[in-house]
Design a protein around this ligand. Structure first.
Ligand SMILES: Cc1cc2nc3c(=O)[nH]c(=O)nc-3n(C[C@H](O)[C@H](O)[C@H](O)COP(=O)(O)OP(=O)(O)OC[C@H]3O[C@@H](n4cnc5c(N)ncnc54)[C@H](O)[C@@H]3O)c2cc1C
Length: 400
């Protein structure tokens, strides 16, 4: 598969292929029928999470094997070497088909971890991990945060001590999304407690089924347990599974975090669109205030999409988007909040109890889940600090 097809041709080919392997989604206009889930975090049991993960995995496998996965990756990794924005063209076409909705662990593996391995991994590590991750044979979670190291991630205390050709890891990670379904964890560890805070860090790839790894799901207020505590007790990791040089782990970590911001820009858009539809279909006239909220949300969705296009434009021109990515993440979390505000006004007491009414109580899963994204992947306050320091050039926060 060489040569870059024109966007329209590419979209038509994608549509044809999708039609050959998936069913089209029921035509819209059928408001009040079909799936009314607007869950930000799925309310699944551990078994259900595994089951859904398998379904998504099998879809990812089909995509990859038939040349519709890893579109922007070079051919040596099983990709098609297309410009990054072809991924978005493909996603737009895919949205019209009934395919499994990807959970967070998939973008984490394919958009965050695999690119970090490409940048920091040895040729052997790239060979070993990238293709299986792009194909979703192997999934990876982020073993970053600890109870005393979240916004100030460089304060990690999980220790890795060298023992011949191995390292021995001891520590406690928290808020690890997808730990129960991941085969690998990317662990940020302290290897030199005497070095300057950011200098004493090294990153390791930890098999999640290694002896000494214990996973404890955390019950969230949405009902599900999509994130977990992970205990590392004397976990032995070969030096061959170290990602990046010893003491350079902070730079490896920043690679992953930057990709995470980049990946967050489209968050919340689908639910905002749905909330505006809800306003359109309400069986009573809107109050002036509700109209204002709905109009404001509509404008926000347009602006957020434009910010997304700027990120794409930066990528297309070979420039790493910096500010756009932080603006996009901040904007997305505010969109999620304002979606909650509008829905609260529109549905009021119908949110309190599940009467079985289509598209009513289901919104509680947005209301309770949305605040999580103001925290995940760097809190709103931290995004603002990044913008003020790196974009506006304001004085830096005092070093911690
Ligand atoms: C849905 C979800 C999924 C997550 N998934 C993962 C995962 O897979 N892997 C992982 O490792 N972690 C994960 N996390 C953890 C996440 O990265 C951290 O929660 C986040 O970085 C914030 O850290 P913290 O919770 O320790 O809060 P803290 O850092 O303690 O912050 C507490 C409050 O203080 C504010 N604050 C802190 N420092 C400053 C400052 N310098 N200036 C201004 N305000 C400040 C923060 O904005 C926040 O409001 C997830 C979190 C959520 C909510």
């Amino acid at each position: 598969m060489s040569g870059i097809p024109a966007p329209e041709r590419f979209r038509a080919e994608a549509r044809d292929w999708l039609a050959s392997v998936a069913r089209p989604r029921p035509a819209d206009g059928a408001w009040g029928t079909g799936d009314d889930s607007v869950a930000v975090f799925e309310n699944w049991s551990e078994d259900e999470e595994r089951e859904h993960t398998e379904r998504i995995r099998s879809w990812e496998l089909t995509r990859f094997d038939q040349g519709w996965g890893a579109l922007s990756w070079p051919e040596e990794f099983g990709g098609r070497g297309l410009p990054v924005y072809y991924e978005q063209l493909y996603r737009q076409e895919e949205a019209a088909f009934d395919v499994p909705r990807r959970t967070e662990i998939f973008p984490v593996t394919q958009q965050l971890v695999a690119p970090a391995i490409r940048i920091w991994g040895t040729p052997e590590q790239q060979e070993r991990w990238i293709r299986p991750m792009l194909r979703a044979d192997q999934l990876a979670c982020q073993l970053f945060s600890e109870t005393e190291a979240g916004s100030d991630l460089a304060a990690v205390r999980t220790r890795a001590i060298r023992d011949g050709d191995n390292w021995v890891l001891d520590g406690h990670k928290v808020w690890t999304s997808g730990a129960t379904v991941a085969s690998w964890g990317v662990a940020v560890c302290r290897t030199d407690p005497d070095a300057r805070k950011h200098a004493g860090i090294t990153v390791f790839m930890v098999p999640m089924d290694a002896p000494g790894v214990t996973i404890r799901p955390i019950r969230q207020m949405t009902g599900g347990t999509s994130f977990n505590e992970v205990y590392l007790d004397g976990v032995v990791v070969p030096d061959a599974d170290r990602l990046g040089p010893v003491g350079e782990g902070w730079r490896v970590t920043l690679t992953v975090l930057a990709a995470e911001r980049l990946d967050s820009g489209s968050l919340g858009l689908a639910n905002a669109d749905r909330a505006i539809e809800l306003a359109r279909h309400l069986p009573r006239p809107l109050t002036g205030h509700e109209q204002n909220l709905a109009a404001d949300l509509y404008v926000r969705t347009l602006v957020q999409r434009i910010i997304g296009l700027r990120v794409t434009a930066a990528l297309v021109s070979g420039r790493e988007p910096g500010a756009e990515a932080s603006v996009g993440k901040l904007y997305a979390t505010e969109t999620m909040r304002r979606t909650s505000d509008l829905v609260l006004r529109l549905l009021g007491p119908r949110l309190v109890a599940d009467t079985g009414e289509w598209g009513a109580f289901a919104w509680t899963e947005h209301l309770l889940g949305a605040p999580g994204y103001s925290i995940a992947g760097g809190t709103d306050e931290i995004q603002r600090t990044i913008l003020s320091e790196r974009v506006l050039g304001l004085p830096k926060e005092p070093a911690r």
